[in-house]
Design a protein around this ligand. Structure first.
Ligand code: WT7
Length: 652
């Protein structure tokens, strides 16, 4: 039974009625035709009668659409006077100028006023069953951790913490006082992290980093475990400091375009880039996508299992759900701790309504079998989301059929750190969602495909470089300290467009499918092919756990196909037989030219800590450019690379 606590009876009656009304119309499919219900701010938009016409309106009347959304969804201290001032070819992106607001007020205060006992955060700690629920009045209030030492607007704070309410509180505390989080004079960390039963020495890592960082003046240390750690002259006990502080902290009025945070993202080459997001546009975009992509309704429990240190966690564990006054789960553990039923046991226990995870985890769990899913009650689930890389058909179907019992829409959401929020995604209300397709642009997004000559392809079906033809409020504004690199990377490849670096296919119905990074597209004997397409077929082999396909320079074909294959633990087939089998499968499902020239069986693939295969490293191994392996700082397990180098030597 859902009832907001301590609200007035009028609120109870109206919101309850609204909820019943919504479910009724959802069942009969009429809901989506009611514009007021679809998106209240869209009432009065000319010609808008359903989702598709609203999408068209949002693109052709971008300023009216975003102005209405910004007024309706955000609480402003001072209204904006200019909706947008953007020129993609110059890399100038400004939204809601003249406006002032405070992100923490939008994420907390205004919801505390309407429903003070609402559970905003559920901290799903490593040990199942030890979750902690926090209402805004508790621990996660931004008022407590605000510390005078960094109460300077414009200051920078690095947050190096596992998913926990204090990390969210720290992010919101920064937003409250106008300090951008990341790169800094202050670091906030915990003594130790706990994941899958293993303890990691986070504070020790901070100590080592601070040694080389004279700009850091103080380190606030919270206690995640009972174990004391050595404190240096710069260290302060965070909880002690919090107690000293005045609990009232007036929110700073921030300009729409002030920096909210920086996140570092790996490019396909070179050093990680510090992607900059700003206040109003980012928050609006995170909130709107969170609500509409997942069909999030008031009272739902939203479970995004990404680490909050990555953009997915920022937008869909923290800012989006909190700005919408929702309940969000902070997941500290792994998909297989203490066993492969972890996600679904958690779904049952916390009654999660929307689950948002990564294909790499889905593929892993699929191999353990259906029984781990079926053991648990998943009847609360309404929408399943996927993010981070293309989801292969086998994984998509398993997610849909087994996890969602065939009744929950699966939304394969395409976006990037740079886009701030989801840009291409199916709509949960779509009668038809094609497995493995990101399908349709979100409101305000206009994707285009470019051919090799840099011309927009207008026909369908088509493939090309995916660009976004007009700015949207959630997009990155610059690369920290390097606007030139921002322009070079995103604006110059196709002047006037935002270049995503991804390739995409558009079906004859106009649906989009992301084929992978453009540098993962190879050309074999004049045939362009996405390495992900070959992997998709290879992964369908029952003995294969995972694979990675790399193009390498080939005298005759231009590029050849090199395949790394990880076998399932119990696979007892002979490698030689398997190679033949894989070749046959690729030949049958794609074409003979796509068959692997080499198949190297490996124990594991080199991955980043966020679970992405580091293809750049595999390519260098195959090119025998061991000096050019590049920056390995985001690699999860460096030993994986050595194993692969040795295996490659034996094979070639
Ligand atoms: C790159 C962005 C999206 C936030 C987390 C990762 C790939 C992302 C999909 C998808 C196919 C996808 C793209 C994109 N990607 N989502 N649904 N289907 N590919 O953010 O680390 O900035 O990575 O991830 O290649 O460019 P990121």
């Amino acid at each position: 039974m859902w009832l907001p606590c301590r609200c007035t009876s009028k609120t109870i009656v109206t919101s309850y009625a609204r909820r019943v009304f919504k479910s009724y119309f959802c069942v009969f499919g009429r809901w989506k035709c009611d514009v007021a219900a679809l998106m209240p701010e869209a009432v009065g938009f000319e010609g808008v009668k359903d989702c598709s016409s609203l999408q068209e309106f949002s693109v052709s009347n971008s300023a009216s659409f975003w102005a209405a959304a910004a007024r309706h969804r955000l609480s402003w201290i001072k209204p904006f006077h200019t909706v947008q001032d953007c020129d993609l070819s110059l890399g100038r992106i400004k939204w809601f100028e003249g406006g002032q607001l405070n992100v923490s007020v939008n994420c907390l205060d205004r919801h505390v006023d309407t429903c003070p006992e609402r559970v905003a955060l559920i901290w799903e700690r490593d040990e199942p069953g030890s979750e902690i629920k926090a209402a805004p009045g508790d621990d996660m209030s931004p008022r407590k951790p605000v510390e005078t030492a960094w109460r300077e607007k414009g200051d920078c704070v690095t947050i190096y913490m596992p998913p926990c309410p204090l990390a969210v509180a720290s992010m919101l505390a920064c937003a409250r006082i106008g300090a951008a989080h990341n790169v800094s004079s202050t670091v906030i960390t915990v003594n130790q992290g706990v994941r899958a039963g293993k303890v990691t020495e986070l504070k020790r890592t901070v100590d080592a980093a601070v040694k080389d960082c004279p700009s850091v003046q103080q380190v606030l240390v919270a206690m995640r475990t009972e174990n004391p750690v050595t404190m240096t002259a710069k260290d302060m006990d965070m909880e002690e400091e919090m107690l000293k502080e005045d609990v009232v902290c007036e929110p700073e009025a921030m300009d729409s375009e002030d920096v909210l945070f920086l996140l570092y993202t790996s490019g396909s080459t070179g050093k990680p880039k510090g992607v900059v997001h700003t206040q109003a546009g980012y928050l609006l975009y995170a909130a709107l996508t969170h609500r509409y992509v997942f069909s999030y309704q008031d009272g739902d429990v939203f479970g995004c299992v990404a680490d909050i240190g990555w953009i997915t966690g920022h937008s869909y564990s923290v800012y989006g759900p909190l700005a919408n006054g929702g309940t969000t789960v902070l997941f500290e553990s792994t998909p297989i701790y203490p066993d492969p039923g972890r996600y679904w046991e958690m779904v049952q226990r916390l009654k999660i309504n929307q689950f948002y995870g990564a294909p790499t985890a889905i593929r892993l769990l699929l191999k353990y079998g259906d029984q781990w899913v079926q053991k648990y009650d998943r009847s609360t689930l309404k929408t399943l989301g996927s993010v981070g890389e293309p989801i292969n058909t086998e994984a998509w179907e398993w997610y849909h059929r087994v996890v969602g019992d065939g009744r929950c829409p699966v939304v394969d959401t395409w976006w990037q750190t740079e886009t701030g929020g989801i840009c291409i995604t199916p709509r949960p209300s779509d009668p038809e969602i094609v497995p493995g397709m990101a399908m349709r642009p979100f409101f305000g997004i206009k994707p285009v495909l470019m051919d090799t000559e840099g011309k927009v392809v207008t026909s369908n079906p088509a493939s090309g470089a995916l660009c976004l033809a007009q700015p949207w409020p959630g997009m990155a504004r610059t690369i920290h300290n390097n606007h030139e690199r921002f322009i070079e990377t995103y604006c110059q490849p196709h002047p006037g467009y935002f270049f995503t670096g991804d390739g995409a296919y558009r079906s004859k119905e106009g649906y989009y499918q992301i084929t992978g990074r453009l540098d993962d597209v190879i050309n074999v004997s004049g045939h362009r092919i996405g390495t992900a397409e070959i992997e998709d077929v290879v992964n369908q082999c029952s003995a294969v756990a995972e694979s990675a396909v790399i193009g390498y320079s080939h005298d005759i074909k231009g590029q050849g196909v090199y395949t790394f294959v990880v076998l399932k633990k119990d696979a007892d087939d002979q490698e030689a037989d398997l190679s033949q089998q894989l070749n046959n499968m690729v030949s049958k499902n794609i074409a003979k030219y796509a068959c692997p020239d080499f198949i190297q069986f490996v124990q594991r693939l080199p991955k980043t800590r966020s679970g992405k295969i580091m293809r750049r490293v595999l390519r260098k191994v195959v090119e025998r450019d061991l000096d050019g392996l590049g920056d390995l700082s985001t690699l999860d397990d460096p030993a994986a690379v050595q194993e692969i180098i040795q295996g490659h030597r034996k094979l070639c």
